[in-house]
Design a protein around this ligand. Sequence first.
Ligand SMILES: NC(=O)c1ccc[n+]([C@@H]2O[C@H](COP(=O)([O-])OP(=O)(O)OC[C@H]3O[C@@H](n4cnc5c(N)ncnc54)[C@H](OP(=O)(O)O)[C@@H]3O)[C@@H](O)[C@H]2O)c1
Length: 248
Amino acid sequence: MTNNVANKIVVITGASSGLGAEAARHLAALGATVVLGARREDRIKALAEKITSEGSKALAVETDVTDRASVQNLIDTAVKTYGRIDVLLNNAGVMPLSPLENLRVDEWDLMVDVNIKGVLYGIAAALPHMKAQKSGQIINVSSVAGHHVFQNSAVYSATKFAVRALSEGLRAEVKPYNLRTTIISPGAVQSELLNGVHDEATAEQLQSFVPGIAISADSFARCVAFAISQPEDVDINEILFRPTKQQL
Ligand SMILES: NC(=O)c1ccc[n+]([C@@H]2O[C@H](COP(=O)([O-])OP(=O)(O)OC[C@H]3O[C@@H](n4cnc5c(N)ncnc54)[C@H](OP(=O)(O)O)[C@@H]3O)[C@@H](O)[C@H]2O)c1
């Protein structure tokens, strides 16, 4: 019996930590070949070596998702090395939350560049290959904050609402090419995401409750595997999940 994950070529952005790294480990254990993209090359190389030493195939490609050529290189390297791309997990993201009135405009720019443009660059690089193959799956990572706007989350939420809008639009257009499109919207999951919150009061407030409720990144990895493992005629459109303890 096949799990419909084994032997697939899965490209993961933001694979150097948190959700992306855990998804890479989980999918590789299910027999996928994983191509890992992130800026911290030492991390993705070490992860690729670990996965390879455990008997699966993995490749690390230093990638900055704010640079279109860099994302193109990630996808093209995957296709050149393994002959095709079956899944793109558009996972790289940043969350420097703060109140709008603090005018942390550089952080607004960063969120737009990584969370929206990074996803678009991934789509731009993968879509031509998947169209030609007449198969493939693009999984974009949104958030509970892509469904609800909280205090201090205006820009982050805007980027994650955008990810959902882009994914819905993509789905509407790629039916003729037999492609699957999935949105995964997690609640609080253990990762390094909070390290990127530099507004002091916001960081303090988040640290006071998020670590107490956040669930293991394996929760996300299992959702990714579930979406990929469905038969090819089943398109899991969105998975929204939270820690049982999470109120909002
Ligand atoms: N953890 C949660 O509670 C939660 C909830 C909802 C949604 N999410 C979403 O889940 C995704 C993964 O985040 P995480 O929680 O796993 O946080 P994380 O541990 O901080 O991981 C973020 C990943 O994104 C990568 N990244 C950031 N900027 C990048 C860039 N310019 N180019 C390439 N890669 C970049 C980082 O790699 P490098 O720094 O090495 O480049 C890292 O691998 C994000 O989209 C986040 O918004 C997380």
